[in-house]
Design a protein around this ligand. Structure first.
Ligand SMILES: *Cc1c(COP(=O)(O)O)cnc(C)c1O
Length: 396
């Protein structure tokens, strides 16, 4: 096939290369192959020993996952990061790949729901002790460390109350105590905060959210600064099979082309929507880190250099489930869906979704009433968005 012409296949079951020509495809190809053939045993030895680059088996790595990982590496200032089948796979591989029996992990008390479940229910079965503390309170974080603590896991901006962790203090605490610091950067994104550059050891993403950006893939990413730690995470993920699908990696990589544009537009919309909501008589309070009335506004400014993100939370004056339901039904064009980072705006009601497992008292302690909403602001024209919220609030 040196002239690029396909030979007539000898049989239907024999694979043949695609015909190539003098032109090339512009779009990234999808490589669905699970297995890779090496030309010789010598070459395979070289592949395993690092002397030659070549894939072997897709669970161990494949081109679409690698391309996606290199792009997120670039965003995060990381090297050799890994794409996995979900954000929770990234969280799990980080903890289970690096910690063992007798170790302790300290988590932020407002981590993503499933990360909290891992902390509260699953890790104990593997002999890993856990505790959680408020990452905005350095006294509480310091007091929660034990001699066995090996890792701190936090999110820089919490869901859904958008509190800003004391990242400078936490980086210093982790250094001083000699423990690994892992940051789930899903909410903040590397356009607002780069954990590795700020001194964290590990950065984690649910690529499902803003990075992929279209609510049509479930993927995760993790990168560690220390190559030995990265290798341990990789080996655990490959062993237990947290493999990402090539098609999904391809979709996420396509999503990344517009990530900075989507982020800028969604953030501008979020700032405008937050101000509009704050002036509405049916709204009791608005939480947006970019507003001067946010309790962590100054900290948010220092952390993100003014990139306050696309997430806005607010509470109704009539903080009842009935009023909240009228808003949901009065704004049918705003999908009522407990996710974030989609191109379109989505509305979530933590009391009935992400935080339904908590007692009303525990929710109240976090400031989450039945009239509390979290908005993941998208890129639609702001006038349309305001018209939708206007209709929803009028329906109350
Ligand atoms: C969604 C999310 C996760 C989990 O990611 P999946 O891709 O759904 O597994 C983890 N952390 C944060 C902050 C998230 O928002």
């Amino acid at each position: 096939m040196a002239d690029g012409r396909n030979e007539r296949p000898k049989t239907l079951v024999r694979r043949a290369a695609l015909r190539e020509g003098v032109s090339r495809p512009v779009v990234t190809p999808i490589q669905p192959s699970v297995v890779y053939a090496s030309p010789s045993i010598q070459t395979l030895h070289a592949q395993y020993e690092g002397g030659a680059h070549g894939y072997t088996y897709a669970r161990e790595g494949h081109p679409n996952a690698e391309l996606l990982a290199r792009k997120i590496d670039q965003l995060e200032g990381a090297e050799g990061g890994l794409v996995l089948g979900s954000g929770m796979a990234a969280v799990s591989a980080t903890i289970l790949g690096l910690l063992g029996q007798g170790d302790h992990i300290l988590g932020g008390n407002q981590l993503y729901g499933r990360s909290l479940r891992l902390m509260h229910q699953d890790l104990a079965r593997f002999g890993i002790a856990t505790s959680v503390a408020d990452p905005t309170d350095m006294e509480a974080m310091r007091a929660a460390l034990t001699p066995e603590t090996k890792m701190i896991l936090v999110e820089a901006i919490s869901n859904p109350t958008l509190r800003v962790a004391d990242m400078v203090g936490i980086v210093a605490l982790a250094r001083e105590a000699g423990v690994m610091l892992a940051v789930d950067n899903t909410f903040t994104t590397p356009l607002a905060y780069k954990p590795l550059e700020a001194g964290a050891d590990i950065v984690i993403h649910s690529v499902t959210k803003l990075l992929a950006g279209h609510s049509d893939v479930t993927l995760g990413y993790v990168a560690a600064r220390n190559p030995d730690q990265m290798r341990a995470i990789y080996d655990f993920a490959v062993t237990v099979g947290m493999t990402p699908a090539p098609q999904e990696c391809w979709l996420a990589e396509r999503g990344l082309y517009t990530f900075p544009l989507r982020f800028a537009q969604a953030q501008a919309n979020a700032a405008a929507l937050a101000d509009w909501l704050a002036a509405h008589p049916a709204v009791a309070r608005v939480l947006y880190p970019g507003r001067a009335d946010h309790p962590d506004h100054d900290k948010a400014h220092d952390l993100t250099d003014g990139a306050y993100g696309n997430m806005v939370s607010f509470e109704l004056v009539d903080a009842t489930e009935a009023a909240a339901d009228r808003l949901v039904q009065g704004a049918p064009d705003l999908p009522f869906a407990p996710t974030l980072g989609d191109v379109g705006t989505t509305l979530s009601h933590p009391a009935s979704s992400s935080h339904r497992g908590l007692s009303p008292d525990a929710r109240a302690a976090l400031g989450i009433s039945d009239g509390f909403f979290r908005v993941s602001v998208g890129i639609e024209p702001i006038e349309l968005l305001i018209a939708d919220f206007d209709a929803g609030l009028a329906a109350i």
